[in-house]
Design a protein around this ligand. Structure first.
Ligand code: SIN
Length: 196
């Protein structure tokens, strides 16, 4: 698969003719929207788990030192809580650019935490994209996240913001929280609190 997915995504018209539709966010899209939306509701999708298995060359790392960011991995029985945004179609242009480092548009059934269900669009970085890193032991992933940074800031901030947002949604995500703990043990004072 190509390294830049922008043009593939432009040709994936998944909700043709609709004035608005749902976008499901499970990574940075939970805590940093940055696009116009009409409403947002916490939601869950089933059969997928959130994993820090995607490399980031353009946001939280560089091609030489990629960071690690979230993607979804198919896992029967798993669930992933995130945020659903009802967006106008024109929001997808900037989103395709933001997610261009390996993420493709897909559709998914989603269930709103306050009741009801619908289909939505989700960006997933599949294993065949050139930036995909795959699994590694938690301490190794934590060291990579602790040392990497890119044009959008430190990789560490991506992880910690996501963990904070998931807690705000009342969600227990063992993978994210294990990484958070491992990263904080590596650099407990790098959150701006001066050490004595
Ligand atoms: C998402 O948040 O839904 C996709 C991954 C990301 O942009 O962090």
């Amino acid at each position: 698969m190509v390294a830049d997915t922008t043009s593939i995504n432009r040709s994936r018209q998944l909700f043709p003719g609709r004035g608005s539709f749902w976008l499901f966010g499970y990574g940075s899209l939970i805590y940093k929207a940055g696009f116009p939306y009409l409403e947002c509701r916490p939601a869950v999708i089933h059969g997928w788990q959130r994993r820090f298995w995607q490399g980031s060359h353009d946001h939280r790392g560089t091609p030489e030192a990629p960071g690690r960011v979230a993607t979804l991995i198919e896992a029967p029985g798993a669930r992933c809580v995130g945020m659903a945004y009802r967006i106008p179609p024109e929001a997808l242009g900037p989103l395709d650019l933001r997610e261009k480092n390996g993420y493709l548009r897909f559709t998914t059934p989603l269930r709103f935490l306050d009741g009801g269900e619908d289909r939505g669009l989700v960006y997933i970085a599949t294993e065949d994209n050139p930036a995909f890193l795959g699994p590694a032991p938690i301490p190794d992933m934590a060291r990579q996240i602790a040392r990497c940074r890119g044009p959008s800031g430190p990789n560490r901030d991506y992880l910690l913001e996501l963990a904070r947002s998931l807690r705000g949604l009342g969600e227990e995500d063992g993978h994210v929280f294990a990484l958070e703990q491992a990263v904080e043990e590596l650099s407990p004072h790098s959150d701006g609190v001066a050490s004595p």
